[in-house]
Design a protein around this ligand. Structure first.
Ligand code: NAD
Length: 484
């Protein structure tokens, strides 16, 4: 059974595919503005059934040895590999991504689940770890136990991939899950249900419920049966989820927005700096939580760097994902298109100095295409300098000293990522130590291997995904102290 069957179906609850009872929601191809499918929204009652299924499945799933959970996880990744092409094509259609980026999403999801399958095996050996201390007559040891049934609420910019960052550690830890994909891009994330079915996961271990945030998402985040909500999305929704979770003191993991800086020093390789700056706001048409939307360039190299960046802008080929040679697709949805073009309007009102782009891509009659845009000498007070735009829009300011660059880099409510470009290694280390961000890149493109950590300082979030930190986000620590 392939992707087309998933489009006709809706939710995966307790091992069964069932259409929901709520409103019919169309799913739109952002290149054509035409529907590619639909789903029926999940009511609070159906969310309750999914959570109940996850609760019922929890005792048996969590009692399995980690090595057995790892086997199921590897069967899931085999099922994804067997459906790779369908998934990539759906990702291209639903998100407007180039094939290479769509492939990177699905392959990255498989790699992440496989990585955490290995961690599941290791968990068996980590039980009963003694704690070293010296109180006569006492001894203690820790046990690591799964948190319980958990819920995921997902965004539309990297379907499947962001889910894998949550699903890998949750299944490895022994948690059961209820997944709510974004209503904008539901189908590839719904395939997690298919992968679970094909892998023979026991019913209720993995459930998928589709719907909008205000209905299905809210029912999930306020459900008392879940022990954690792991959320990726905007900071404003993250605050609402945190409030809902407060009601019964659920654990939360929040991966939120960003306004990441790229700092280019006077000793930088300017070809490299230009490429990193442009990649940082062009990948996924700029719809990345870690988009480097704030370029800080040393005043002595600003003009040369700007010239190189403008050259790279000229090389962009806007187009639908099936257009040969295209390098950038449309934005993923009409609301996102309205948001980004709204910022281009604000830039005009603010009188920003626009070097290239600045508007809708008028050569397209259909599709949510915007021009890659570059503003220079952007004042600190500009809304475009301070707010997350989530589109191919780069804002540039210059600095005159390292301390000024660090202070400006940190002058934001966010702290997700940052890039440093310098040929001076001691400067790179010094600056990395002082920037408030969860992942710092020096002289390299953004890569997020599952072994590293991902997550934000400040209003970019709470907690860390990936690596051992991601796994511990789904484990409770229990200490047993005995006579001895
Ligand atoms: P969003 O906040 O609009 O929606 C995310 C999810 O939350 C969707 O599934 C939505 O249905 C749900 N939702 C909305 N309101 C809800 C509510 N009241 N209760 C429960 N659920 C609700 O975000 P988006 O537009 O889908 O994604 C873009 C945002 O995600 C950007 O801000 C981006 O920076 C952020 N993001 C962060 C990371 C990260 O790792 N930090 C990664 C990707 C995206």
């Amino acid at each position: 059974m392939g992707m087309s069957d998933v489009i006709m179906e809706k939710n995966y609850i307790n091992g069964q595919w069932q259409a929901g009872d709520g409103e019919t929601i169309a799913v739109i191809n952002p290149s054509t503005e035409k529907p590619i499918g639909h789903f029926h929204e999940t009511s609070a009652d159906d969310v309750d059934r999914a959570v109940t299924a996850a609760c019922d499945a929890f005792p048996a799933w969590s009692a399995l040895p980690g090595a057995e959970r790892a086997n199921y996880m590897r069967k899931m990744t085999a099922a994804i590999r067997a459906n790779m092409d369908d998934l990539v094509v759906m990702q291209m259609a639903n998100c407007g991504k180039p094939r290479s980026e769509a492939e990177a999403d699905i392959v990255g999801s498989v790699d992440c689940i496989d990585y955490f399958a290995d961690r599941a095996e290791e968990l068996d050996a980590r039980q009963q770890t003694p704690i070293d201390y010296d109180i006569p007559g006492y001894r203690s040891a820790t046990r690591l136990e799964p948190m319980g049934p958990v819920g995921f609420i997902l965004p539309w910019n990297f379907p499947m991939k962001i889910c894998s960052w949550k699903l890998g550690p949750a299944l490895a830890a022994g948690c059961t899950v209820v997944i709510k994909p974004s209503e904008v891009t539901p189908f590839t994330d719904t395939f997690w249900g298919k992968a679970a079915e094909l892998a023979g996961l026991p019913a209720g271990v993995l459930n998928v419920v589709n719907g909008r945030g205000a209905i299905t998402g809210a029912a999930l985040s306020s459900h008392p049966g879940l022990r954690k909500i792991s959320f990726t999305g905007s900071t404003s929704t993250g605050k609402a989820i945190m409030q809902a979770a407060a009601e019964d003191v659920k654990n939360i993991g929040l991966e939120l927005g960003g306004k990441s800086p790229i700092l280019v020093f006077e000793d930088a390789d300017l070809d490299l700096a230009a490429r990193l700056a442009v990649e940082g706001v062009f990948y996924n048409s700029g719809q990345c939580c870690n988009a480097t939307g704030r370029l800080l360039a040393h005043e002595s190299i600003k003009e040369d760097l700007t010239t190189k960046i403008e050259e790279l802008y000229k090389a962009v080929v806007l187009g639908t994902p099936d257009t040969p040679g295209m390098t950038m697709g449309p934005l993923a949805s009409k609301p996102q298109y309205d948001k980004v073009t709204g910022y281009q309007d604000i830039a005009r009102e603010e009188g920003l100095n626009c070097l290239t782009g600045g508007g809708r891509a008028v050569q397209f009659n259909t599709g949510y295409f915007v021009e890659p845009t570059l503003y220079t000498d952007v004042p600190k007070s500009s809304r475009l300098w301070n707010e997350e735009i989530f589109g191919p829009v780069l804002c540039l300011r210059s600095f005159s000293s390292e301390n000024e660059a660090i202070a400006e880099g940190n002058d934001t409510e966010y702290g997700l990522a940052a890039t440093i470009v310098t040929e001076d290694e001691s400067r790179a280390e010094r600056v990395a130590a002082q920037l408030d961000a969860g992942h710092i890149y020096t002289n390299v493109s953004v890569a997020i291997p599952p072994e590293t950590s991902w997550g934000g300082f400040k209003q970019s979030g709470i907690g860390r995904e990936l690596g051992p930190w991601g796994l511990s986000g789904f484990l409770e620590v229990k200490t047993v102290t005995s006579r001895g």
